[in-house]
Write a protein that binds this ligand. Sequence first.
Ligand code: 5GP
Ligand code: MN
Length: 314
Amino acid sequence: MTSGLTAVADALDGARRVAVYCHIRPDADTIGSGLALARVLRTRGAEVSISHPGPALPSGIGRLADAAAFREPIDVADVAVAVDCASSERLGSLEESFLSSPVRVVIDHHATNTGFGTVNLIDPAANSTTELVLAVADALQVPLDAETADCLYAGLVTDTGSFRWTSPTGHIMAARLLGAGAQGRELAQDLLDTHPRGWFTMAAGVLGSARAALDAFGGLGVVYAVCSAADRGTLGWDAAESLIDLLRTADDCEVAALFKEGEPGTWSASLRARSAVDVAAFAREVGGGGHRLAAGYTTRGTADEVVQAFLERV
Ligand code: 5GP
Ligand code: MN
């Protein structure tokens, strides 16, 4: 196993056929990272496939170049690259395809990443995986065009909560991307400030049913809510993704938890902490992962079972 920027650039330098993989329930960081990396490698003459395991692309990414170009992975790739995936299970139905490649590159910024590639670029200090993809593009000496800048900006603006929790590097990167032609205002509007009107009814119901357990986490408190498949109705699979950002504003709770039903009986739990609790450590204990203040895990059961199991552990 090798690691670092130079190792990744070396692995990609001579690759002719590259399969790029994004994570399950794809967000703008994995999609933006994958699309940008695919553009960079195509500029250098490589044949590149870009794939995600579903359930569908997230809403708001229609402005990104090549967003319609997702397909099955190239059959016999020289190099497979996973972007923004903390573990190989995050590749869902594509895990086996990724693991069958002899050279496996992992580019990621999750602290819980154990380095499941043969070559790894893992930097928990990076604001987004797109920040690491920009470093790879620079190492490969590919000039930044406006379309690639859009893809990189999409991951940066969403993973930093509109720059609320970015390090200085994120602002410097944003300045560079905007200078290269990224459509910052339009991307923020598409990705963060656009909902179907049915979303208001769903959001009101889910947030209106939020409960708190103030004795959880040693008395720091948790606020939690459930969004079942029925609550989501005909809205897209990712319609509830942003609700955790409203839930975590509860002024008397350190932690927020949102349980989102995907396939009936299967739940994605989103966890956020203000500052004192390491929710990635908690998520890891139950088979998930993430960052110290933003993590998640996947579980099965009825809504009541999933919430009870959570409350018993906290
Ligand atoms: P979100 O709550 O936005 O879905 O995810 C927050 C963070 O937790 C992300 O960095 C994501 O990678 C991680 N995460 C969410 N769900 C899972 C999961 O089921 N497994 C793992 N390993 N990480 C997850
Ligand atoms: Mn990310």
